[in-house]
Design a protein around this ligand. Structure first.
Ligand code: M6P
Ligand code: ZN
Length: 195
């Protein structure tokens, strides 16, 4: 971690930052229970623990005032008719937002709040997506051929709450239907009290 102002380059077509401190890889086995089609999930896992997405992070102290940032790459693919996607999370400190800048590819950001609201917004190369405080978020790559790549920035004290989503899922799924993404209700979604 550097303690003087620093820069790094993100160059078209070479979107991995020229400097980063950690490289997180998430594979299919870390998504147990998240895909609707459990038999498609097991069948794919039997063929190997596929790499779904990668996160290149610049380390900063995890305290208010700092801005954590990096680049994520969600690879293309399907589990049944559901696209490769991130686990998704709330921020532990709910009153913290996040900015995404899409560098390459296409996708959807699936979002919801504990108050019952939901939203699905597009990722497309060059667009900026603002995730409001209190909104859980998951990135979905809706291309079957191209990586979805974005820069993310969020407050140092935000933290990740994965447990809520692991237990209840998201209200909405993005499925590959008739050659295009379709947003549908998650039949297995249940709220905190099984609502
Ligand atoms: C974005 C950011 C990261 C996050 C990553 C992967 O790049 O929000 O903080 O870690 O997505 O998503 P998840 O943590 O939900 O697996
Ligand atoms: Zn986040």
């Amino acid at each position: 971690m550097k303690n003087i102002p620093f820069t790094f380059d993100l160059l078209p077509g070479r979107w991995i930052p020229t400097e980063y401190d950690s490289h997180l890889k998430r594979t299919l086995s870390s998504m147990q229970g998240q895909y609707q089609n459990a038999s498609a999930y097991s069948a794919l896992l039997e063929q190997g623990d596929r790499l779904l997405y990668e996160v290149y992070e610049l380390h900063r102290p995890q305290i208010a005032g700092e801005l954590l940032h990096g680049v994520s790459v969600v690879h293309p693919g399907l589990v049944g008719d559901e696209y490769f996607m991130t686990k998704g999370h709330y921020h532990q400190v709910r009153e913290t937002g996040e900015v995404y800048y899409c560098l390459q590819g296409q996708g959807k950001m699936v979002m919801e709040t504990e108050a019952g609201e939901w939203a699905v917004e597009d990722f497309r190369a060059g667009n900026v997506l603002y995730v409001l405080p209190k909104w859980a978020h998951r990135s979905v790559n809706t291309s079957l051929t191209e990586d979805l790549i974005f820069l993310f920035i969020y407050p140092g004290n935000a933290g990740h709450d994965y447990a809520t989503i692991e237990q209840q899922g998201f209200r909405k799924l993005v499925l590959h239907r008739a050659g295009a993404p379709l947003v549908v209700d998650n039949p297995r979604w249940h709220g905190p009290q099984g609502k």
